[in-house]
Design a protein around this ligand. Structure first.
Ligand code: TXA
Ligand code: MG
Length: 319
């Protein structure tokens, strides 16, 4: 794949970006903080491609970028505090982690299986493209995993050349530091990540101190057995015991598969992108008191398979 850089101001560049997003492609788009690696948030395979391009060994939840608050309301619940924060600081460098609305069209992979959704209304090209696209754009910072966030189109190309179809270039980002992330739940406001909007400014507006992630609110990456199904999960299964529910991968049936209580195949074709897009939906479907034992076929531990296996290990972790 060739990576094209086009000026963000041109009508033709934007049309190209919208076409690519509609086809499930990846487009790097500037915001006031850093460049983001954007995809259609409702398209699971497109979202899986984001993780693939970043080379991440685990699924971190992604921020959904919206054009306005109304677009956000369709996918998450704003309580009074969240609504006031959005009213005061959007558009701007503030991400709100809010309870996801059941039935939201945003693909569960964006939330990495959590029941909360990170939402942000950015300034600049990303928000304008989200408006014209008519749907939220899932986007992490447009860097390879473990590298610094990109503040220019050249940074994006240096890190992601050949992994992203298009970069819209609007020059250097004004702020250069990522958004501040707040989790708002049950009236409590916790700082999950310090960022461009200072905690002091938020505290002054709220008239109270922010909690920190340590105070009872889980920070990303610490969700050891979050969203694990109720039943016992057996990984790397090479056979199926009678009555086990099977999560399969690839075309070859496991030994004993005919004795399975049910079979869900992450990808008949053995395609890791398809598997990533289905993983959280399957874990959710299997999360039932009626499902006591789940066997999971081996998943190749390469590329997206590493993130899938990381999540499966968490799902299988003792709790
Ligand atoms: O300024 C920014 O925030 C940039 C621009 C592109 O918007 N984006 C960015 O994305 O920095 P990323 O993926 O590099 O960092 C997003 C952070 C991650 O640490 C992720 O864990 C957290 O947001 N996050 C997203 N949704 C979350 C959720 N539901 N619960 C907890 N943390 C969440
Ligand atoms: Mg980042």
């Amino acid at each position: 794949m060739e990576t094209t850089i086009l000026p963000a101001g041109d009508e033709a560049s934007r049309t190209r970006a919208l076409d690519l997003l509609g086809e499930g492609g990846l487009v790097a788009l500037p915001t006031e903080t850093v460049y983001g690696l954007a995809a259609d948030s409702t398209n699971g395979s497109a979202v899986a491609r984001i993780f693939e391009a970043k080379g991440r060994p685990s699924f971190n939840p992604l921020i959904a970028h919206v054009a306005d608050r109304a677009m956000g309301e369709a996918h998450a619940r704003f309580d009074d505090v969240a609504a006031a924060l959005a009213e005061r600081f959007w558009p701007g460098p503030l991400t709100l982690v809010l309870p996801a609305r059941p039935g939201s069209a945003i693909h569960p992979l964006v939330r990495a299986g959590l029941d909360t959704l990170g939402l942000r209304m950015p300034r600049g090209v990303m928000g304008e493209i989200a408006r014209d696209f008519g749907r939220p754009l899932a986007a992490p910072s447009a860097n390879r995993s473990g590298r610094v966030s990109p503040t220019s189109a050249d940074h994006v190309r240096d890190g992601l050349a050949g992994r992203v179809e298009l970069v819209l270039d609007a020059g250097p980002c004004g702020l250069g530091l990522e958004s501040t992330i707040l989790k708002v739940a049950d009236g409590a406001v916790a700082l999950l990540r310090p960022g461009s909007l200072t905690a002091e400014e938020i505290e002054t507006f709220l008239g109270r101190r922010l909690e920190t992630a340590g105070e009872g609110i889980q920070a990303p990456g610490q969700m050891a057995s979050h969203y694990a199904p109720a039943g016992r999960v057996r990984l790397q299964a090479t056979h199926v015991d009678p009555g086990e529910h099977l999560v399969a991968f690839g075309p070859a049936p496991l030994r004993g598969a005919e004795q399975a209580a049910s079979i869900l195949n992450l990808s008949e074709a053995g395609d890791l992108r398809e598997a990533a897009a289905r993983l959280f939906e399957f874990l959710n479907r299997l999360d039932s008191p009626l499902v006591e034992r789940i066997a999971v076929a081996p998943i190749p531990d390469e590329g997206l398979g590493r993130a899938i296996n990381d999540r499966l290990r968490r799902a299988a972790a003792p709790r």
